[in-house]
Design a protein around this ligand. Structure first.
Ligand SMILES: [Mg+2]
Length: 296
């Protein structure tokens, strides 16, 4: 018989050996290189904030030149941008509204989204890559006679907005930017294309002019009422989720005696629908209260 204390030492030794085995097991599962994971920066977006990802075309001035975009607005290019934004909203999670103009698009994620644990880099890179691949994928649907000459790129940024008012002000800022640029470009290109001014002369002519002056030039010299210009050009594009009734014609497979007959099938789907309306005033937000809903 072993004395009691020998038994205790024996048990203790077994416990130490077991714990060494477990440590070794853990070490084998987690290679010695595992520590490099700690170098990854934490980029979790602050809770309860609206997460906005804004994309902007890389060097699109040159891209537009090379691909013969119409001036001041190329509706093919604008519709392609919107198609890409719709694809982003369809493919990714939790986007409640998007706003686009020119070569930029902003996407707003739900305040309470927990997609990819709210990591900013995941939001931004998923939006940018999905958008850019869509731009190439759908190019031919919008530019039938114009081949894509080189791959376009988009930069992205993430901005957090802690209140509904700040988010609305952000979107208003982008729409005001759309208006300012479009009014300028409309007069600028009228002066170049219709009055034969060089770009430098047109720029000089417009230097220091106010919105009213530009409207006056358009009206008196080109007989253009700026307010009658297409809404898409003046307001940009807002994408919101709306119920859409889709009607499809289907051929009936069976029964045999009815072969070849067609029938129409309707179904309701929620889709990202483009609107070209004012989002600066209150009317839009009153009409669509679900966008800023607390639970969104
Ligand atoms: Mg750009």
């Amino acid at each position: 018989m072993w004395p009691a204390h020998t038994l205790r030492i024996g048990l203790a030794t077994t416990c130490i050996t077991l714990s060494r085995c477990l440590q070794l097991g853990a070490a084998m599962a987690k290679s010695k290189f595992e520590y490099v994971r700690d170098f990854e920066a934490d980029d979790t977006c602050l809770p309860h904030c609206w997460v906005v990802v804004r994309l902007d075309g890389r060097n699109f001035h040159r891209f537009a030149e090379k691909h013969n975009f119409a001036k001041p607005n190329d509706s093919r290019a604008l519709h392609l941008m919107t198609k890409c934004a719709q694809t982003v909203m369809d493919e990714l999670e939790d986007i409640v509204i998007a706003y686009g103009q020119s070569d930029e698009y902003s996407f707003v994620f739900k305040r309470k989204s927990n997609w990819f644990k709210r990591r900013a880099s995941k939001f931004m890179t998923h939006v940018a890559s999905q958008f850019a691949s869509s731009y190439v994928f759908y190019w031919r649907d919008y530019f039938e006679d114009q081949p894509l000459l080189y791959p376009p790129g988009f930069d992205g940024r993430v901005v957090l907005y802690p209140s509904n008012q700040a988010l609305k002000d952000y979107l208003s800022w982008r729409q005001a930017d759309c208006h300012i640029n479009n009014l300028y470009n409309t007069v600028f290109w009228a002066l170049v294309q219709q009055s034969g001014l060089t770009p430098a002369q047109a720029q000089e002519r417009l230097q220091g002019t106010l919105a009213a002056d530009k409207n006056e030039i358009l009206f008196s010299e080109f007989n253009v009422n700026y307010n009658n210009e297409p809404l898409m050009n003046r307001k940009g594009t807002v994408l919101i989720w709306q119920k859409v009734v889709e009607v499809k014609t289907k051929e009936i497979k069976l029964p045999v005696e009815m072969e070849g007959k067609t029938m129409t099938v309707t179904r309701t789907r929620t889709r990202p629908v483009p609107l070209h309306c004012d989002i600066i005033g209150d009317a839009f937000w009153k009409e669509h209260p679900e966008i800023l809903d607390e639970d969104s």
